[in-house]
Each structure stands twice: as structure tokens, then as C-alpha cells.
Design a protein around this ligand. Structure first.
Ligand code: HEC
Length: 138
């Protein structure tokens, strides 16, 4: 009987541990960052719709940045426009994404930690905008 109680007590702890990302936990570009950028940013920042001159399809283009210059400063999220625009309030025209739904707090943290950890982007990894998901992945 005791064991049952112990299990009951541990279960919520496990659930919390699973869902709460630890701060600055190692980030993997392909499994953590790519899906966020593809689903929330690529529709407006890829070769057919390059808003503000910013194309996030390839590492080379993303690192080149937009009309304001580089938007990713590896190791320095606070100097990276790609991260800073996520924190802006909606009264600001450059708040990203410009839709009413901001990124989830956890996703902002992932972008932050990715840049902080050096903004790794494996060579050859290409991001795909949502409307091309089926075409390119089936
Ligand atoms: C619905 C279209 C749309 C989506 C989705 C979108 N953007 Fe933008 N983005 C824009 C437009 C339009 C601008 C120019 C805004 C302005 O200056 O008024 C812009 C500008 C930017 C800039 C400034 C570039 C520069 O050099 O000045 C950054 C950085 C940026 N977006 C990052 C992002 C990120 C990161 C996401 C996803 C979280 C995202 N955007 C999602 C349309 C979009």
C-alpha cells in the first residue's frame, strides 16, 4: 500500500519535470528550433515572401539577416533581433510573429538558449514554409 502512495506522489513530479524545460538545457536545432521557426516564421520569411529582406530558409541566408543587417548574434540573444522581436508587445509593428498569438514562453526560451549556445545550424538543413510541408515531406 505504501508503494502506491509513493507512486502517486512521484507521478506529478515526473510530469512537471517532463514539461518544464530547464533553463539553458542543451538545444538541438533540428528537433527544437526548426519546428518553431517553420510553423511560426517561415510563411513570411522564405524565398517567395521575404518580408523585411529576411529569409530564414538556409543557414547562410538567416545569418546574413534582413534589411537591418544580421539578426542572429551567436552567443548573444540580447543583441539578436531574431530573439528581441519575440519579446515586443503588439503595439510595436515589428513584434514577431505579427499575428495575435505570440510564441509560447517556452518557445521563446528555446530560441534564446539556441542563440546563447552558439546558434548551431547543421550544414544543409533547410527550413520549409508550412504550405510546402506536405509537398516536401511525403
Ligand atoms: C505574417 C507574416 C510574418 C510572420 C509569420 C513573421 N514575420 Fe517577421 N516580419 C514580417 C514583416 C512584415 C516584417 C517587417 C515589419 C516592419 O518593419 O514593419 C518583419 C520583420 C522581421 C524582422 C526584422 C528584420 C530586419 O532586418 O529588420 C525579424 C528579425 C523578424 N521579422 C523575425 C521573425 C520571426 C523570428 C518570426 C517567427 C517567430 C517572424 N518574423 C514571423 C512578417 C512576418
Amino acid at each position: 500500500m505504501k508503494r502506491v502512495w509513493l507512486l502517486a506522489a512521484l507521478l506529478p513530479a515526473c510530469v512537471i519535470l517532463k514539461f518544464e524545460r530547464l533553463k539553458n538545457e542543451p538545444v538541438d536545432f533540428v528537433s527544437d528550433v526548426k519546428p518553431i521557426l517553420e510553423s511560426r516564421c517561415l510563411e513570411c520569411h522564405h524565398s517567395r515572401y521575404v518580408f523585411a529582406g529576411l529569409n530564414l530558409e538556409t543557414k547562410k541566408l538567416a545569418m546574413k539577416g534582413g534589411r537591418s543587417g544580421p539578426v542572429i548574434v551567436a552567443g548573444a540573444p540580447q543583441q539578436s533581433l531574431l530573439y528581441k522581436v519575440l519579446l515586443l508587445g503588439h503595439e510595436n509593428p515589428i513584434a514577431m510573429p505579427p499575428t495575435p498569438e505570440k510564441l509560447e514562453r517556452e518557445h521563446e526560451q528555446i530560441i534564446h538558449d539556441w542563440i546563447q549556445q552558439g546558434a548551431e545550424w547543421p550544414e544543409g538543413t533547410r527550413l520549409v514554409p508550412p504550405q510546402d510541408w506536405n509537398r516536401n515531406r511525403s
